[in-house]
Design a protein around this ligand. Structure first.
Ligand SMILES: [Fe+2]
Length: 215
């Protein structure tokens, strides 16, 4: 299956990436390697657009539906890692994302523009974390709507224990400072900021680490 191959390639790529150390446990002042618990990923509201209907195609590639044409918009790939407070990978968790198309329209009856959505976009996708806690998505840069900053919604569903719902934002977005939902985060917004880099003329790439309390 394409997801498995992608995930293996991703695992290797991430191990080689020096920047993928956001969730590395810090050493104590003696340098003896006794780790402090990592700060938990902050929660954010689910919002009114969690899908009421999920397409049959709900894989981790949101840039097309089935074998259809490519969705419009800037392609964005996302590499992630899920760990607990001790920086131990959490495997077999389901990571769900949902977002708007390139024009800021959701596939949802609460969105008055939903009839005009980009029907080549998948809007919702799932990925399972592997043994190293890694996952990946291929999507597009979400559009903006209302006064909200550009964002992706995320739900983490571990095999056991409580999950986490949150939202991811983009570094440098000028709408961040005036957004009420973001303001509740205070300084912990840093844990939810994506800082994409251009990998090729057509693709932006970002990475994220999630820290979830394990029961
Ligand atoms: Fe939203």
């Amino acid at each position: 299956m394409k997801t498995d191959r992608k995930t293996r390639t991703l695992t290797l790529a991430l191990l080689l990436l020096p920047g993928f150390a956001l969730a590395q446990a810090p050493q104590n002042s003696t340098g003896a390697g006794v780790s402090k618990p990592l700060p938990l990923t902050p929660r954010q509201v689910e919002g009114p657009y969690y899908p009421t209907q999920k397409l049959a195609d709900r894989d981790n590639d949101l840039t097309r539906v089935g074998n259809g044409r490519s969705a419009q918009g800037q392609e964005l790939s996302l590499s992630g890692r899920l760990v607990d407070e001790q920086n131990t990978p959490i495997p077999s968790a389901r990571i769900e994302i949902w977002q708007t198309d390139h024009r800021g329209i959701y596939m949802h009856p609460n969105d008055s523009g939903t009839a005009d959505r980009d029907r080549n976009f998948q809007f919702y996708g799932e990925a399972n974390t592997d043994e190293a806690g890694l996952f990946s998505f291929r999507t597009i840069l979400p559009g903006v709507y209302g006064s909200r900053p550009r964002h992706l919604h995320v739900k983490i569903v571990p095999k056991e224990g409580p999950g986490l719902t949150t939202q991811l934002y983009f570094k440098g977005d000028e709408r961040l400072s005036s957004d009420g939902i973001v303001r509740r985060l205070g300084a912990s917004i840093a844990a939810l900021l994506l800082d994409p880099e251009r990998r090729s003329p057509n693709e932006l790439h970002a990475q994220i680490s999630f820290v979830l309390r394990r029961n």
